[in-house]
Design a protein around this ligand. Sequence first.
Ligand code: SAM
Ligand code: SF4
Length: 332
Amino acid sequence: MTDAPLIDQLGRVHTNLRLSVTDRCNIRCFYCMPDENVRFKPRHELLTFEEIERFVHVAAGLGVNKLRLTGGEPLVRADLPKLVARLAAIEGIRDIALTTNGILLAAQVQALKDAGLTRVNISLDTLSEETFRRISRRDGLDRVLEGIHAAKRVGFTKIRLNAVAIKGITEPEVGPLTQFARDHGMEMRFIEFMPLDAEEHWQHDQVLGGEEIRRLIEEAIGPLEPAERPDPSQPATDFNFADGRGSVGFINPVTQPFCEDCNRLRLTAEGQIRNCLFSTVEWDARAVLRGGGSDDELARLIRDCVWAKKPGHGIDSADFVRPQRAMYQIGG
Ligand code: SAM
Ligand code: SF4
């Protein structure tokens, strides 16, 4: 089925699929979820593992070769290693990554690795329990750290630690987080705060830009040098420490949008295909999956979705409209 690549009108070839497996989460980061009264999707609305597997099989036939499991918190979905094993067996899939908050990771990481997971990104905004509580409105930093160490112990390499960069919160964390990553052979990545928080408090002046963070790191630790960029579609701009010990990456969607090289599409936990985090339109794969549709119909839907992708997210344009869904409902 890979007769034509999955391209949009700008010729961007889509090979990278982010799969949200749940909208549920065990913490409540203020930049993502509401604190109280979260209305999660009823379980019967979420795609089953069989449905996700079928979707990925069709997407792989269109050239998708990289997957990332996300959510919500993907590890609150029961039996995730079973899904990983199913996806790893699909012809054409060569990379299956996970983005997690790490809280449930220690208990599951060996099973995930055995099932065929290839990479892990763990969210880590702070090393201070108090700041963790302020951000996530729950306890659990010790468990996140356990999860990070467990990932290393079972043999994951190139572990990435992700921090959302927010003015007034992240500045004092930048040095300690980057040093922590350096000490443990991991890459620290800073992601600019995007207008996807459920409570809609995002303001442009809360974004702590990647350039500013780079300056803080060089002040605290030492000079950085631009790293090679083997994959132009990667969202992060990476730097290596000049002393050869460690690297740091910046994902700057607000101050330096990277839409022109974007190769990603997304499937929400309840089976809606999206061509952008900021899309206001979705393509209903669940209706095809549950309505007796054929693989060709599913393939057509995926192609239609990708073809309709806009040139960019337009966060800074006057007519920018926030998507109705928040980050945890889309899959970050
Ligand atoms: N629960 C998992 C986690 O936190 O890693 C996976 C889902 S989470 C939505 C995926 C990533 O999106 C995390 O690294 C999180 O920090 C990031 N994120 C959430 N809300 C964000 C926002 N408003 N702006 C930028 N990044 C955000
Ligand atoms: Fe949960 Fe991840 Fe959202 Fe935090 S960023 S509330 S961990 S889904």
